[in-house]
Write a protein that binds this ligand. Structure first.
Ligand SMILES: NC(=O)c1ccc[n+]([C@@H]2O[C@H](COP(=O)([O-])OP(=O)(O)OC[C@H]3O[C@@H](n4cnc5c(N)ncnc54)[C@H](OP(=O)(O)O)[C@@H]3O)[C@@H](O)[C@H]2O)c1
Length: 278
């Protein structure tokens, strides 16, 4: 008699839209038990996904107790934790001098402290199941654009953190990975982005809106779809490789190639010219 292997369990954050929602659907369609997490489990997408996934769970990256409670709920209901994928994130766009302390704290909490806390909380279970962690970072973490300094800094920090704890993860049999997309269509990323300042700024003009446009450019063929990012996350989780860094989208690859071909000063001058900052 052949035994049926147990279904594998994945916790995905940020499932109310975009990449998180596509990732939850992608893994569920391939037989994984998906715990889809939301800040608001009463939102329409949570109701829609409920019938497709193993469980819906409340998780707010800005609240440590909510992270611990969510992880414990998943393990106690689904009896395993083979993968944790942090898709949740939010942009903060605008001149640095227009960012408030509250905005910077929120951006840092959602994009770096929260994801690291999620990993820390999940580690004892991931150790037990020899699991995988994937964080969705961004091409902008490797090749920053103007007017997005705080967001780029958080994504660069995520990459550095993964690089930093990858060696200790080897010791305990857990694989950690980053997926860095360029611009992604079919998400609420731009609508959800926090703006620093408002309207046309006395000093920075319409730069905030132009920076948002540069982050979006829907319809450009070098952009990826949320489903393509989900497919890359699938590969990162299931390819059994020791590869750490995955990049999605021709635009992301081109941006990173430009960054690595330039000195810091050349990059600054290139961006000043491109964004007409003189
Ligand atoms: N779209 C792009 O062009 C792009 C490019 C590169 C990287 N990324 C990265 O991809 C990831 C997914 O973004 P997306 O494009 O799918 O954008 P999105 O459609 O705006 O989705 C973001 C998700 O994050 C959730 N979220 C925000 N703050 C949260 C918090 N404090 N705790 C828990 N969940 C929170 C949102 O939930 P609520 O509904 O509760 O707000 C939403 O589900 C992000 O990390 C983003 O930085 C996106």
């Amino acid at each position: 008699m052949t035994s049926v292997p147990p279904r594998r369990v994945i916790l995905v954050t940020g499932c109310s839209s975009g990449i998180g929602r596509a990732t939850a659907r992608y893994f569920s369609a391939r037989g994984w038990l998906v715990a889809a997490s939301f800040r608001n489990t009463n939102c329409p997408v949570a109701s829609e996904l409920r019938s497709n996934v193993a469980m819906v769970v409340k998780l707010d990256l800005g609240d440590g107790d909510s992270i611990s409670y969510a992880v414990e709920q998943v393990v106690s209901e689904l009896l395993a934790l083979d993968a944790v994928v942090n898709c949740a994130g939010t942009a903060l766009v605008g001149a640095i001098e227009r960012c408030t302390h509250a905005q910077l704290t929120r951006a840092t909490m959602t994009n770096i402290a929260g994801p690291l806390s999620l990993i820390a909380t999940s580690m004892p279970h991931l150790r037990q199941f020899r699991g995988v962690v994937v964080v969705v970072s961004s091409a902008l973490g490797r090749a920053p654009l103007p007017l997005t300094a705080a967001y780029c800094a958080c994504k660069a920090a995520l990459d550095a953190a993964v690089q930093g704890f990858a060696p200790e993860s080897v010791l305990v049999g857990v694989r950690v990975k980053t997926v860095a997309p360029g611009r992604v269509t079919g998400t609420n990323f731009i609508d959800n982005a926090e703006r620093a300042g408002s309207g046309v700024d006395a000093i920075y003009g319409d730069m905030t809106e132009r920076a948002l446009m540069a982050m979006q450019m829907d319809g450009d063929v070098s952009c990826s779809t949320a489903e393509e990012v989900a497919e890359c996350i699938w590969n990162a989780v299931t390819d059994d490789s020791n590869k750490i860094s995955y990049v999605v989208g021709e635009d992301a690859k081109a941006l990173m190639a430009m960054r690595s071909a330039m000195t810091d000063e050349q990059l600054r001058d290139e961006l000043v010219a491109r964004f007409e900052l003189k």
